[in-house]
Design a protein around this ligand. Sequence first.
Ligand code: NAD
Length: 471
Amino acid sequence: MLKIHHVYVDGKFRTPHGTELSPLYNPATEEVIGEVRLADETDALAAIAAAKRAFPSFSRTGKQERIAILNRLSAAFTDRLDDLKEAMAEEYGAVRGVLDALVPRASGMFDEAARLLGTYEFTRTSGPNTIVMAPLGVAALITPWNLNIVFLAQKMAAAIAAGATVVVKPSELSATQTQVVTEAVDAADVPPGVINIVTGRGEIVGDVLTSHPDIVKVGFTGSTAVGQRIMRNAAATFKRLTLELGGKSPSILLDDADLTTAVPAALASGFLNNGQTCFAGTRILAPRSRLDDVLEAVKAAMPAFRVGDPRDPGTGVGPVVSRQQFDRVHSYIRLGLEEGARVLVGGAGRPEGLERGWFVKPTVFTGVTNQMRIAREEIFGPVLVVIPFEDDDDAVTIANDTPYGLQAHVFTPDVERAHRVARRIEAGTVLINRIFADHEAPFGGIKQSGIGREHHTYGLEAYLEPRAITA
Ligand code: NAD
């Protein structure tokens, strides 16, 4: 059994001051696979102090030094690619397709940051002004359990490129993944104190980080509810915030869409990562004139989303992360029925033949209105809704009638028409005939999906502050 009994502070693995032991599970078997000893407030304070000590010299390092660190981090993550995939499969049931597509993105994040740093101008002049893009200071990076590795790499890469030092607080549900990440960071020979990693509870370590005066920036990916709490905590010391929060993204099938490709793509987005993706297209908007065809196409596409053992290459959907999430997703399936929606495919109860493991049948509801809670709230499991619309205007109105605004998808062979619709959609990203964003585009939400942007220059500048020197 894996025992993770350390935090990473000041370039060293240390036994935490915290003593709480938290079990780690394999969601496909419900078996305990390990335990993590959680950091506490004292560990969080030690990590903040180490990052603060490291900041003055790290913030003055030149581009070449930081590029070399980013290159070493990329190499270290590449060396551990198989272990990272194994940890994600074991700890939250990520399926092969997701692992192969997304885990290499982690080292890619460091490569991209290194490339960007090569050309980025930290000092600019404008009239009598010298504008210096200065690193913010010590940043707290707080991540969820889903795709933890990619989010950690993305945030660390941007902060390191900027010259900021960090205290990382990953989810307590992702300690196995974090262990491999921490070993990779250690192998990359990052100067002591630049990256500190403390796995602990959000309401303990997270609260310390988001309210401590020495933390000047919080980079957070997680739920909208926790994002709100972080904003409240951060207000007292005016911390800079990047908040990547929840979503209820629409996938709009315009009336000329090729349903044989668009419907499988919309389902792939909705069921991505076992339905546990912030930008998943969980509301499929279908033209009323073609509703029956859409529902038939959904049924026809379902064999590609076979639920089962995540290690089986034929599996499309693995388990959800925890017993709590399993119960929560089922409560939404029951709620959908109570609200009057009909199950088109899937439904409550475990899939046939899977007696153990937190497996949920990939479920699609029809007979849904956009006012139902199953259409408004983030379920974070493989449960989608199909909502009919009358025309393009109506599709846009329904797409925007949500508290969220992270991503949207438009399917049509008419790309100009798609652009016209896309410009009217309130979302940080609108994808046309695709379900993955491009890594050079800014990523982030509007409305209750968050504040700020990650990726590329937008992500780098989230860890910098312009300062003016005027002669
Ligand atoms: P969560 O909000 O419960 O937890 C995220 C992190 O916040 C964890 O590390 C947790 O320990 C920490 N946390 C909890 N309470 C805290 C507090 N009081 N102060 C500081 N930190 C605290 O989210 P989760 O269940 O781990 O992940 C799923 C959620 O994340 C979903 O809502 C999903 O949409 C969202 N998410 C968003 C994006 C995005 O890029 N927009 C990406 C992935 C996941």
